[in-house]
Design a protein around this ligand. Sequence first.
Ligand code: NDP
Length: 509
Amino acid sequence: MSGPASNLRARKVESNGNGKAAANGNGLSNGNGNGHAAPAESEGKSRAVRHGAIPTAYGQQMDKKLDEHESYEFGGPVGVTAMMVGFPILMYYLWICLWYYDGALVHPRSLDDIRPFLERMWAHAYEGAYPTKFAWGTYLGLTAIQLTFAWVLPGMMQWGLPVPSLGYETLLYKCNALASWYCTLVLAAVLHLTGVYRLPWIIENYGPIMTVAIITSFTVSATIDILGRTAHYGGKPLRMSGVLVYDHFMGVSLNPRLGPIDLKMFAEVRVPWVLLFLISLSGVVKQYEDLGYLTYNMFHMLLATGLYMNACAKGEQMIPQTWDMFHEKFGWMLIFWNMAGVPFTYCYPTIYMTRSSPDTYRFPWWGNVLMFVTLLTCYYIFDTSMSQKSAFKMQQQGEYKPRKAFPQLPWAEVKDPEFIQTKHGNKLLISGWWQFARKINYTADWFQALTWGLTAGFNTPITLFYPIFFLAVLTHRCGRDFEKCERKYGEDWVAYCKVVKWRFIPYVY
Ligand code: NDP
């Protein structure tokens, strides 16, 4: 890789931080940019200052701007209202099509049929998705178990990135998702084998559990919103537009916590991906019990969701370095999508396969091999690219602790990485996977999603929901992120884009 643009400085990273407090050139001992000595610096902040992880005075100005509301995203108040109303309706509609109509996209047959059609839809929802006591027990029980595990199980402690709105304080994250994940697997096996809670019950009660998840996510987002506005729960309100519905969608505060648990990180990992994996496992057990054998296609969903969940757990200490954690507020968008959207839409292939004949989706052996190899290859790129960037960021902060969680993959960390030093103070990695494309992790993640969608065959478009939706999410997310980076890094970002030319796929786009 050749060096970065001529007006920028590239140098090797020292693996444990450089230890020079003033290396960022801001000349501030307290790093908050106000010129006053910090009263009592927290441990996290003083570590960040010590390692030169606090931005320059210029960078702090940029960060301040980013924490103010400037323009609407997601189509503004109208767009977000449409999403808050539309997503739950879409979830019911797609579920009804899968559950009752073999995946056909049903619609009114004529204008006169509109009312009867809506009545039929309502009858299906009432009959098949009423929030039963069993469903409440399942969803809230699982969430309570995950909360308890998160609270009590041992795990490594990881400092997050310095948070501009907290005067560059860094927060400590308890990363015990791996212990929690293993305990969940053992508990699920014990409950199933003893007959206390049999795994196929999850799929059989999919509709009612989905309703409970939707109700719970709306309740949680309303509670967090009210507490954020009234008691500044999770930090002072940030980037507020003043429009109630819009701020509710985007969120009020950044870091709500419950005891040692960071609720945003908990909601991102422990609810959606655990439940999604359990739905896949439920499908596997159900298919085996119903047919007496397991198709590769059904197993593919188990493998894919298991790999994803395991990646979140084994690399949990890297999640504080992701955009969702240091930038996104904990609003309806993250809460609804994690608590209800991810587990109950990404699993459509599993739902379809439990209710349809394997003849409608089975692949020849070479198709299975292709799916398997594509999944593992893309998983490898996804896992190691995320790991390379997070390790790099943690090294900058002097907070990098290698972790030996299974599976250990080659090239998960770049030795002697090259980077672009920005005026902001942050460094942009241009080695490892990050020399090839600016969102190489999105590309790999999306191709994994594509294999999930394809595994249920082509009898219905609904099973392709995840790759189609995810493509829209990632494209939009990429646009928002690049816009943020442009504002934050200015000409340094432009220079970075010249060095790493491609967005998603080298030499293509
Ligand atoms: P990104 O890796 O895209 O993080 C973006 C941030 O990383 C930027 O804002 C910037 O922050 C920093 N950055 C960008 N380029 C560089 C670089 N070259 N060197 C150093 N820092 C850089 O991850 P996200 O947080 O958006 O997503 C994490 C993963 O989660 C992705 O793989 C995504 O696919 C996945 N995801 C999955 C979803 C799902 O539903 N399955 C939904 C959403 C995400 P800074 O300000 O620090 O410079």
